[in-house]
Design a protein around this ligand. Structure first.
Ligand code: PAF
Length: 282
């Protein structure tokens, strides 16, 4: 496995590769990332993982400075799974002040975008840069960041990028908590409570499968239950998988039966995200 930090060196290394599968990350890898890297092997014979904490996607009061940077440990975990690790510096990625950005679709201002203005613009910009640098035939992203994956699919489709975008399933701890680099910010008692977010989504999924169609009421109930347990809720939302628009309770349109319930909420200083897909049959 080669660790490369410059774009020129990476291009030279990948020049002759015909089937690159790429997993972009911000490092501090956990089993969720490693699973994507393993999956990448099915989509290409040269697997590249990038590790770059992208300043453009963090707001001024967010955790860019304290985001865990663990390059050595990350590379040790990638040994035997990836062929190349691309770990550029901020200066390598942004040698001049970035003044050209990807304008993401309007849904980028909703859900996570509502409380993180500019986040998806910065994310989409770095993803496009990374795809241009690596030029993979496939790029893999976790479904845990469902809205991110949706926006990347739109970016790729609407800008005709010659890359297949693949979504990997969310990996969970034994109790169900979605794996995330930010879980390590949780105190012991917060870690005990954290799984409740997933349990709340499971409860909503069950209710929908049993026929509940008042999505507003379901959302409201979940928000109130989480708030009563000490969570600061950003959103709980039942949306269509296809376009991430609010799910209509109307029955009959098959496209509207593939739903996803998304939530973001804070426990203390830690913001957690999760989602669960719901497929209604018939
Ligand atoms: O999901 C992430 O880790 C980041 O948003 C990504 C896609 C690597 C872009 O910085």
């Amino acid at each position: 496995m080669q660790v490369i930090s410059t774009i020129a060196e990476l291009r030279a290394r990948l020049g002759a590769e015909r089937a690159v599968a790429f997993v972009p990350t911000m490092g501090n890898l956990h089993e969720g990332h490693l699973n994507l890297v393993r999956l990448a092997r099915e989509y290409g014979n040269c697997v590249v993982a990038s590790i770059f904490v992208n300043p453009l996607q963090f707001g001024p009061n967010e955790d860019f400075d304290r985001y865990p940077r663990t390059l050595e440990a990350d590379c040790a975990q990638l040994q035997g799974l990836a062929d190349v690790v691309f770990a550029p510096s901020v200066n390598e990625m942004y040698p001049v002040r970035q003044t050209v950005f990807v304008e993401p679709p309007p849904v980028a201002n909703e859900l996570c975008g509502a409380s993180r203005p500019g986040h998806f613009r910065g994310m989409a910009t770095v993803v496009l840069k990374l795809l241009n640098i690596v030029q993979p035939q496939a790029a893999l992203f976790g479904k845990k960041d469902y809205q991110q994956l949706h926006i990347i699919r739109q970016l790729s489709a609407q800008l005709d990028l010659p890359v297949r975008i693949v979504g990997g399933e969310t990996m969970r701890a034994a109790d169900g908590l979605a794996l995330s680099s930010r879980n390590q910010y949780l105190s012991v008692s917060e870690r005990g409570e954290a799984v409740f977010l997933y349990q709340a989504l499971q409860g909503m999924r069950q209710a929908i499968l049993q026929g509940e169609r008042d999505f507003e009421r379901l959302q409201q109930r979940a928000v109130e239950t989480l708030a009563a347990r000490g969570w600061l809720v950003d959103y709980v939302a039942v949306r269509n998988q296809s376009d991430l628009q609010p799910a209509s309770p109307v029955q009959g349109d098959p496209a509207q039966r593939e739903l996803v319930i998304l939530a973001a909420a804070r426990l203390g200083n830690t913001r957690l995200l999760d989602n669960i897909e719901v497929c209604l049959i018939g």
